[in-house]
Design a protein around this ligand. Sequence first.
Ligand code: ADP
Length: 447
Amino acid sequence: MWLRFSSFVVFMAAGAAAGWWLRGWPAACGGIMLAALAWWLVDVWRALRVLRSLRDGETAALPSMRGLWGEVADRLRRLRRAEQRRLEDSERRLQEFLEAIQASSNGVMLLDAEGRINWCNPTAASHFGIDIERDRDQLIGNLVRDPNFTSYYAHPDPNRNAMVTGSGDSAGRPVRLAVRLHAYGEGRRLMLSNDVTAVEQAEAMRRDFVANVSHEIRTPLTVLTGFVETLQSLPLEEGERARYLELMAQQASRMQTLVNDLLTLSRIEGSPPPGRNEWTPLAALTDDCEDEAQALSALLTAGQGAAHALHFEPAPALALAGSRTELMSAMSNLVSNAVRYTPAGGSVTVAWQLLAGGQAEFAVVDTGPGVAPEHIPRLTERFYRVDRSRSRETGGTGLGLAIVKHVVQRHGAELRIQSTLGKGSRFAIVFPANRVRQAAGSAQAVQ
Ligand code: ADP
């Protein structure tokens, strides 16, 4: 301001001096007036320059000059720059927010007051089979036809999910979505969707599992209770009494085996995956299996005239990394199945083999009844049995191959089942090369 005032005074003084110098004192007044006019014109010109740049919206082109207008231009430039930065900042934040919603595994869809699709993320698009470019502004009610959704949309409740069939649903591959609507803005709605297929399947599996366990336990319990009542109410002869007690012991042991298998399954599921610090020689694993197989075979074939021909081929001098208990459990389940399902007189062969890629294969081959191809993919399901009565008679729980499958998965191995109905089966576990090494004290190399 001081500069402006002094420039004005300097102009006046210069005008007055010029007038005096040209024509003496009377012309000095005219000089002052001319100088004031010139100062005003220069001032207006400077103001117009600033105004023109503002009108063009070109803050970068705001003239740089001194004085009041220079300062005005300078402040305007700074204000504009701050505004620009704020805009860029909120633009960036909006972009980040949208990217986060795009990346969400939950479906997010924005609907207007009429229920037209304004925007949705890729997850929501795949949940409902929507192409956002094609279906923008389409009514959601025309695209999602599930009656559950229609009734929920008519009476939305933000505290309740609607269970809706998702896009791509089929009998073999169900897709179930939990959908929720939240009101916002002026009649707008935010629609959230979540794929709950796996949760629903897990829940169904849990229900089936509980039903199966109860069913498995109920039969021996009923038998046991019956015998207890008989023993309590009837005066029995010693021989009869001993027979009843033996039958009771059998049922109790059946329940015990089931509980043991259930505990093994839950322990395997709940513990961390086995590392590669514990190494067990293959020979030690096979020897334990052989002892069990001999005892089981003797028990099952007692009094039948013929026994099983059990061949345990010598294991290579290798060691296997993993949980010894789990490995034993998987191997002995395969061997005991072969012994249990193969009739007396049949043969069971157990062998280890080092494969070309360095993997180790444990194979159990029997000459039992075999399994029809349609059953093979389901054998590892819990409580799935092909021959129910043979399984029960021989103390099966229906959990053996489920345990094998878990152990195999946890060790990065593969379970291979080959079977021909009426001829026999081959159950093999192929362990990855990184879990196989030469046994301590052996000179054999692992390729
Ligand atoms: P289980 O305790 O009933 O033997 P598993 O899970 O071990 O249960 O096996 C599932 C079913 O697979 C068995 O009930 C049986 O019908 C079939 N199975 C398993 N191993 C053999 C085999 N070696 N020969 C024929 N059938 C077999």
